[in-house]
Design a protein around this ligand. Sequence first.
Ligand code: SPV
Ligand code: MN
Length: 620
Amino acid sequence: MKTRISKPDQSKLEALNNPKVMHVVKQAIELMKPNEVMVFDDSPADIARVRQLAIERGEEKKLALEGHTVHYDSYHDQARDKGHTATLLPAGETLSRGLNVVERESGLEEIFEFMDGVMRGKTMVVRFFCLGPTDSRFSISALQITDSFYVAHSEDMLYRQGYEQFKRLEDKDDFFYFWHSAGELDENNTTKNIAQRRIYVDPLENRVLSVNNQYAGNSLACKKLALRLAIYRANHQDWLTEHMFISAFYPPDQSRKTYFAGAYPSACGKTSTAMLPGATIVGDDIAYLRAGEGGEMRGVNIERGVFGIIRDVNPDDDPMIFQALHTPQELIFSNVLVNGGKPYWLGMGDEGEVPDSGHNHAGAWERGDLDGAGKEIPLAHPNARYTLRIRDLENADENLNNPDGVPISGIFYGGRDSDTNVPMAESLSWEHGVFMGATIESETTSATLGATGQRKSSPMANMDFVIVPLARYLRNHLKFGRRLKKTPRVFATNYFLKNQAGKYLNEIMDKKAWVLWAEGRVHGDFEAIATPIGYLPLYEDLKSLFDHAFENRDYTQEEYVEQFSLRIGKYLEKFQRMETLYKQEPDMPEEFWSELKRQREGLEKLREKFGKDVISPVEL
Ligand code: SPV
Ligand code: MN
């Protein structure tokens, strides 16, 4: 059967005057064999049509509030599928620990077989996006081919339009391209053949092939899949692609504005730091970082929307997002419970109101229902999400779409660790900062599978995506910082420190005081205590920041001492873990080992001098 494409749609393709685009679309048609092809440009009419088709074809359903829709992914497609996501590389090439590599030729053969004819009876959607602001030296053009109108619609909300940008491409071959198919759908419009879910990243061809999935982390190639391609590119050039938020923070007297970027593994406080009350947000997930004209670090959000975890979004912990989710505007909820056109999720703060039945990620649902494995199905998936545009948030930053990005003065690396790292320490140098990022660990929580309290190493919170050897990635960081004239200050944060009795030493919002301290340090406002693991704040400075940030929070010297005491034995254990781990990486930069040695020896000396294992900051 011949694939239909309308004359106007054919003209849209031809107007790009780009042989490679034509070739890629043709190849996709030949392989996936759709009934028809629709091509969309940047016009408001086309964009509205994509959303309309997502609803008409049943991939999204309208909710009671104007602009709101709900989408479901298959019950077994509720998170990134690390096991079936792989990088295609020539035989013999390997990546760092834990990263899947599939030999390129056989990987292509396998996935092409799954994709052969997968769009029969369906519509193939062709869309053009831009990663990063348009008309910018940061921009990367992206061609998305998919049979999912949900994918096409959410990419509209999350990424900038790129059709016009494609017309202007100087190097016509210079774009990423993505083929995606949700595969055969069941009666709930969710993917049926989950066992054949594959996500293959092909850096040699700047493309991603993804089949039999819908969850955005697997299907929206502009997100985590393009992140991998961009990391590959940045590490073969001279810039950085990071799993980072970008936000601006303001000092107590509001006299200035300072941009920070921050990398945190999931469930370590990334979004809540980016969205701190009083901050303005550029991005919450992925940043491209380049050197600016004046030798400063500049960053852009490659996205323009948020695909956020909805769990625990409630009026107390997340007032800004809670408000946005109750405003009539374009919003996609995914994998939540719906009853009477209203969405419900875990931890929404009004538990008494949650109905005992409705429709959720398992289909028709009643409280107490068990899944195929005999596990009780929660009312909504813990990884249920919302998709919105940043410009629709009250705290959107004015430079969200600035083609020149924003100057980044500080970087946060956050982990989750109950017994080692102080809540906030500033690096002694750029090299030390890179070490801080490389040694992020996070403890597993009950929200993740497996045992809780296990430490997982996640360099720069980017481990899942670094498709170059880790040593190369770290070297690129070191070189990048040295090229800058104004190197950002680097801070290691830990919001999860506990005492011996297992009680958290901090309140959730205390991060506001830590962040304001970092903001002040960038501008030389505060003195600090130099220690081998970094500069620590002085009590008086924190006290005044707490007084400013909170109405009824008396920050005591006792709290300070307990939080900022150096737990030397614990740090030495951490360095031992890092040594064991990084010894397995060939070709590690010398700076990593010298930083490890310097800190280890410094801490051992302190322990000798004071004759004890835990040293209070007031003694230092
Ligand atoms: C993350 O898990 O880091 C996310 C969501 O931002 S996604 O990668 O899309 O699954
Ligand atoms: Mn992320």
